[in-house]
Each structure stands twice: as C-alpha cells, then as structure tokens.
Write a protein that binds this ligand. Structure first.
Ligand code: SF4
Ligand code: SF4
Length: 329
C-alpha cells in the first residue's frame, strides 16, 4: 500500500461562507459540505459522511481524485491521526456587508462594493438556526471549540450578539474575532475580560491619510480609539493588530517604523504580519514572484518589535510563503 495523507484542517475545521459550507479556507477548493447554502434543511447523515469520504481519497492511489490534491496543508498520515466526529474550529464568514472598502478586499465582488453603516441581516442566510442544528447534531466540540467570526465590521451583522450568546450557552473554548474595528463592541470587551477571545483587526498603517487610501473611509481615529478601549480589558494580550503589506502603499520601512511606534504607545502587545491575501489565494508565486524586499521588510519589522518588547507573529500562510519565497536566500 502506498502513502496515506492527513490534513488537520479537514479534520477540525468547518467553514461557513455566504455561498457554501466547506472544510477550509486554504485557497484550494477542498471538500464542500453544502453547495449554494441558503438556509435549506440539511441531511445531516449525508453531511457527516463527507469528511470520511474526503479522507478516503487521501491515499497515493486516489489523490488525483481528491479536491485537496496539491494543497500545502497535506502531510503524511501518522499512526496517531484519527478522524474526529466533530469540528474544533468553526469559521463564520457568511455575510458580506461592510462599512469600509479596503482596496485589498476579497469580499467586494460578493457585496458588489456596497458599503453600509447600519447593522444588517446577511443577504444570504441566518446563521443562528444553522448553529443550533450543528450543536444538536453533535458536530461541534463543546469544550474546545474555537469560533472564528470574520469579515468586515462584526457589528454590521445584526446576528452578532445572539450568535455569541448561543455559543456561551452551548459551550465554547474561545472566540477568534476579526473585525475592522470601526465600531466599539462592549460584548467583545467582556469576552476579552473573561480571557476567552482573541480580537484581531487590521490597521495596516499609522496615519489617517494612508488609512483613507487603503480603506476608503475616514475612520482611522475611531479605530485607534477603539483599540485603546480594548487594551483596557483584563487581558490586553488578547488584542492583535495586523499589518497587511500592500505593494506600493505601506511596503516601506518608514511606515512600518511609524506603525510599531503607534502600537507601542497604545499598549498593543501582539502584532501580526501578513502578506496581501491576493498573493496568498490568487497568485501563482512561481509565475509572479513576491516582491523581493518583503523578506527584508519582515526582518526589519521583527527587529523593531523586539526593541519595543512587542510580540510579532506571522499569519500561518504568510509564514509558509515568507519562508519559501522571501527568505530562501
Ligand atoms: S488539504 Fe488543503 S484543501 Fe484539503 S481540507 Fe486540507 S487545507 Fe483544505
Ligand atoms: S474590512 Fe474586511 S470585509 Fe470590509 S472592506 Fe475591508 S477587507 Fe473587506
């Protein structure tokens, strides 16, 4: 028998997007649990079978037929790897409305560029009924589940608070909440106080002028003020600020230096360095390589953070790409 493969994302992750429910957001298609989901009744037995069927294809003989073929998350299967009956990470990203318009946004095509400032229902489906069904069918690990809620400003989604409350009622390990941070959310501060939340936002710059160029709304000061409120929580280490490197906008040492200084003044303890998602998801880096200076920028960022005692992390897919394409020499 030839090699067999394993993917921890496939085993642990369920991702709910506006157009489908699938295993991962790797940039590969990966196994799909429900195509064109719009709140329909789900056949849960068929749903549960999909993960096992996907693992069946992760053998040397069958990999050609697998939607995971070629994915860099695949690794050789070890003796101790077992396929779990539930999920430990739930990605919630089913709505597309947003109150800003980042130039690098991968969701703009789905929201058709609409910018809304009012809390709105998802244009696609309500999440709360689906969440209740997932718990009822024992598909979510009540003790260790990480609920990752992401996409735009979370407070634009009307269901946000009810969803959080349902998780707290049913059982959860922790939350990973990604928001553009334009509006302050008291419930997020409460989750930070309880030490069950990582709150991440992408500021990407240190001046209102550059913020406006990147996000196309005049909300830099709001975002900075909100960060100051969140770091007053009992666990400020739960707040992570991203710097997404965008070519020709903030890919220079001067902007990075200003950004690290600002984070230090606010009291941010964790920064995440990330490459523009369009490079990660949609570009063949063997054909259109990463800009040569990205490796140098990352190393400079690392030194500046070390000087200020700030922890710098690389988002997982950025880490893979930086190591493979920017630091290879
Ligand atoms: S191997 Fe890749 S495409 Fe398949 S489930 Fe894992 S991360 Fe997704
Ligand atoms: S905050 Fe997120 S969803 Fe909103 S425009 Fe920016 S990248 Fe897109």
């Amino acid at each position: 028998m030839g090699k067999t493969y394993f993917c921890d994302e496939l085993n642990n992750v369920l991702s709910c997007f506006h157009d489908r429910i699938m295993s991962c957001c790797s940039g590969q298609i990966g196994p799909v649990y429900y195509e064109t989901y719009r709140g329909q009744k789900i056949d849960w037995d068929a749903f549960k079978k999909i993960k096992n069927d996907a693992f069946e294809l992760l053998t040397e003989e069958n990999i050609e037929k697998s939607p995971c073929k070629g994915c860099f998350f695949l690794r050789e299967r070890r003796k101790e790897d077992t396929v779990s009956s539930n999920f430990k990470i739930l990605n919630i990203s089913h709505w597309t409305q947003c109150n800003c318009g980042c130039i690098y946004c991968a969701r703009m095509q789905d929201s058709r560029g609409k910018i809304t400032d009012k809390p709105a229902k998802s244009e696609y489906y309500d999440f709360l009924p689906l969440l209740k069904q997932l718990y009822k069918n024992e598909l979510l690990d009540r003790k260790n589940l990480m609920a990752s809620i992401q996409g735009g400003d979370i407070s634009v989604l009307k269901e946000f608070e009810p969803i959080v409350k349902e998780f707290l009622k049913q059982g959860i390990g922790n939350f990973y909440i990604l928001s553009n941070n334009i509006r302050y959310q008291p419930i997020i501060k409460k989750l930070l106080d309880k030490n069950i939340c990582t709150y991440t936002t992408a500021l990407d710059c240190a001046t209102p002028e550059l913020y406006y160029k990147l996000k196309r709304v005049d909300k830099f000061k709001d975002s900075v003020e909100n960060l100051k409120k969140y770091v007053k929580s009992k666990h400020p280490e739960g707040v992570v600020v991203k710097y997404i490197v965008i070519e020709h906008f903030n890919d220079n040492i001067e902007e990075i230096t200003k950004f690290v200084n600002l984070m230090y003044l606010i009291g941010i303890q964790n920064i995440e360095f990330m490459i523009d998602n369009r490079y990660i998801m949609f570009t063949n880096l063997d054909e259109k390589p990463l800009p040569k200076h990205y490796g140098e920028l990352y190393l400079c960022f690392k030194n500046l953070c070390e000087d200020k005692g700030i922890n710098l992390r690389l988002w997982s897919k950025t880490e893979y790409i930086i190591n493979k394409y920017a630091l290879k020499n």
